[in-house]
Structures are given as structure tokens and as C-alpha cells.
Design a protein around this ligand. Structure first.
Ligand SMILES: [Zn+2]
Ligand SMILES: [Zn+2]
Ligand SMILES: [Zn+2]
Length: 137
């Protein structure tokens, strides 16, 4: 999805992009890891993007609503990763928190009789190759 389409979607949700908010969005878009709202806020601060924690929460909430961010519940904390608009799944590394997008769709069999699936969400959690290599003795 093009940046201007994303900006348009955010506008439709009454989220106006100031220069600082746009810098926060850019940070989210180019980061391939999941972070908690507090972590995103700290990352923004480090890059001198002056947005409050409330704005970080609000942007993450709006992006999630329009399908451009996914929340992951890991060890009782909610982490967010930016997502392309296209349907996909994730492999999440529990060690480095990197998020890989998987565009292959699993096939579900043996559904209980009469169940009609309208949409689905599948995320896999584990250890990525880089972390495996670092862990090897
Ligand atoms: Zn995604
Ligand atoms: Zn990893
Ligand atoms: Zn799928």
C-alpha cells in the first residue's frame, strides 16, 4: 500500500498527520520488529520525534483498526508491528521480536459441522534463524 493511501485511511479515522506523527508512522513502517507502545515511544524519542505516549497509543489503535498494524500478546504484554494491507500471517521471533510476513495461507480441515469461516488469523511464534545461530554453542 502506498504511503498516501495510508495517510488517506488515517484521515478517514480522524487521525490527522502532523510532521511529528508522520515521522512516527515512518518509523513504524520501516521497523521489522514488534514493540510495545512504550518501546515505540522510546524509539521515537531516540530519533528526536517529539510525540507523546498518548499519540503513540492512538496511532497504533487506528492502524490496528484499519488493518495496518497487528497486536501480539506475548508474556502478558501487547506488542505491535506495522503490517501491509494485504492478507498475510506472521512468524514472530520470541527472542529478538522480529516479525516475518508469511503470505501462504494454511488450509483448515476437520471444522465442526456447520461452521462457516468468515475470516481467520494465524500467527506463529518461535525462534528465528539468526537467534538460533547466536544460541548455538
Ligand atoms: Zn503483518
Ligand atoms: Zn530472533
Ligand atoms: Zn490466511
Amino acid at each position: 500500500m502506498e504511503k498516501r493511501d495510508i495517510v488517506h485511511l488515517l484521515h478517514q479515522q480522524n487521525f490527522r498527520l502532523t510532521r511529528e506523527r508522520e515521522a512516527l508512522l515512518d518509523l513504524l513502517m520501516r521497523t521489522e520488529k514488534m514493540h510495545t507502545a512504550a518501546e515505540w515511544h522510546a524509539l521515537a524519542q531516540r530519533e528526536h520525534v517529539r510525540v507523546g505516549l498518548t499519540t503513540v497509543y492512538r496511532l497504533l489503535e487506528v492502524l490496528t483498526k484499519v488493518g495496518l498494524a497487528t497486536p501480539f500478546l506475548v508474556d502478558g504484554s501487547v506488542y505491535y508491528a506495522f503490517c501491509s494491507g494485504q492478507h498475510h500471517h506472521h512468524f514472530v521471533c520470541l527472542h529478538c521480536h522480529r516479525v516475518e510476513d508469511l503470505y501462504e495461507c494454511p488450509v483448515f480441515q476437520h471444522l465442526p459441522e456447520g461452521c462457516e469461516v468468515r475470516h481467520h488469523k494465524v500467527d506463529l511464534f518461535g525462534i528465528c534463524p539468526a537467534c538460533h545461530a547466536a544460541d548455538a554453542p
